[in-house]
Design a protein around this ligand. Structure first.
Ligand SMILES: Nc1ncnc2c1ncn2[C@@H]1O[C@H](COP(=O)(O)OP(=O)(O)OP(=O)(O)O)[C@@H](O)[C@H]1O
Ligand SMILES: [Mg+2]
Length: 185
């Protein structure tokens, strides 16, 4: 077996992997669970956000922000999965005021390649400029407008890391990791 090591982009390892978390929560579902009832992304995001936010002051605003961020990650993982019966893993770990959210989905090579390109643009270009130029070129009724992540990056203090892991030539595990300081949102 000649397994390639994952491609890591962005702030993936800013929390040491061996640091014990104060708490953790895991959810596993299939893309089809969400794509047949899209409102489940919002419901799940609200549940997860509420689960953590009550630990903090001003919990309602924090819950709303957390929910928006998590919702976007769940929608993307569901939309861009290779197989509707594939798996989506959501793992949350809390380290004091830091919340680490990992959303893993399995994508085709085409989707992986285009996401990797997109992520590299995020790293090298100005997020606001990218947001507004994407907004201008957007067509009405577009469900893949390419604005979701840019909006999160523009509006919330989230640090993102990405892992692209080739399982076989057309099967790629993608993890989007969001690290949020709950004091800042
Ligand atoms: N989890 C993922 N797996 C594979 N590709 C992804 C994933 N998340 C995002 N992408 C890719 O990155 C692009 C940008 O994602 P983003 O959320 O910004 O836009 P979108 O989902 O296409 O549109 P919008 O969020 O505005 O409805 C997507 O179009 C898709 O190609
Ligand atoms: Mg999106």
């Amino acid at each position: 077996m000649n397994q390639k090591s994952p491609v890591i982009i962005g702030e993936y390892y800013i929390i040491p992997e061996n640091l014990p978390a104060d708490g953790q929560l895991r959810l596993i579902f299939q893309p089809i669970d969400m794509t047949t009832y899209w409102s489940r992304c919002g419901l799940t995001a609200n549940f997860v956000a509420g689960f953590y936010s009550y630990c903090y002051e001003a919990s309602e605003t924090k819950a709303n922000s957390l929910s928006t961020i998590i919702n976007e990650l769940l929608e993307n993982a569901s939309k861009f999965s290779k197989a509707m019966k594939g798996k989506i893993n959501v793992e949350l770990k809390q380290y004091g005021n830091l919340l680490r959210i990992d959303v893993l989905n399995v994508a085709s090579k085409t989707l992986r390649d285009s996401f990797e390109l997109f992520v590299n643009r995020l790293m090298s270009e100005n997020v606001e400029e990218l947001y507004f130029s994407t907004l201008e070129s957007k067509e009405d009724g577009d469900t893949k407008s390419g604005l979701g992540l840019l909006m999160v990056l523009k509006d919330y203090p989230v640090r993102f890391g990405y892992s692209f892991n080739e399982i076989d030539s057309d099967t790629h595990e993608i993890t989007v990791r969001a690290i949020i300081n709950v004091e800042e949102i």
